[in-house]
Design a protein. Sequence first.
Length: 386
Amino acid sequence: MLNFEFKNPTKIIFGKGQIGNLGKEIPKNAKVLMVYGAGSIKSNGIYEQVKKALSDFEVLEFSGIPANPEYEVLMDALKVIKEENITYLLAVGGGSVIDGVKFLSSAALYTGNTPWDILKNSIRTENGLPFGTVLTLPATGSEMNSGAVITRKETGEKLGMGGPGLFPQFSILDPQVVTSIPERQLANGIMDAFSHVLEQYMTYPIGAILQDRIAESIMQTLIEIAPRIMKNTSDYEAAANFMWSCTMALNGLIQKGVPTDWAVHAMGHELTALFGIDHARTLAIIAPSHYYYNFEAKKEKLAQYGERVWDIKTGSTEEKAKAAIEKTVDFFHSLGIDTKLSDYTAAYEGTAERVSQRFTDRGWLGLGEHKTLAPADVEKIIKMSY
């Protein structure tokens, strides 16, 4: 097991009716900017619950954060923060809204020329404007980590940011919100969480027995509850396990002491930036090809995954590993998620070369757990995904 440090300061408030306790978590004299998306919270009752809980506070609102938080939209919100002297941010939404608020938290205190430099130059955020979250769509785990990904349509880019100043002070997780989530978004949430675990698990054995077992248990839970929650969003037990699995998948716990990959996400982000494909679905496009391309380096962990998660007991290491990839693809398909780029766009020719060149231009010359995947390898993996 590798050396590590672990600190996660986010307070989790989990369960039925917990939105009503929101006011207890925000400083009494705070001037709050409530940030949310397209307005679905006004049709499912969450908006009213939040507003009631904030009745003793001065609250301004900013709505319209898109599914991939857009830089120009966020710059409009940043203007409100500065002009109105906002002292506290509240994200009410899924990962996109929370990521957007993390950017705002950082940008509000940034003293450089342009906030885009935070992303372009990978500037670590040590201190941000304080914020909390009310999670409405389990998927990304952003409610309990310090990372965010922001899109800029103007340049067709999707870049990440992070730092210890970007942990939410608190996150309220009420599984009842799952009831109103559309099937497509549920599938995306399951896929996203599953892929988060794979990125931290599907590398090579390093003797981190507990981390492996926790990662495997999250994946097993997602596999078990997927058909239940897709069939009946009012199944509270399934919803609770779904929500907590998504949070545990990316709160930093299972990545401590182990090598991590994240090449699938790096490539997937480019497909979202270029074609607007749902983030979770870009991961389903890239992951199978990534595992086949890096089969020799990953086959031991793939075989372990096959044995423990998919109950593949017979065959050689290579046979178990290949069967595990096939089972994974079948699972993605069971969620209604296609796994080829050509399933999403007819304009896929040239994509691999374009992404490879972008990685070269950014100096991303060594991806993956071994830092050996060059842009030329990225090009081949994406072509395999066509």
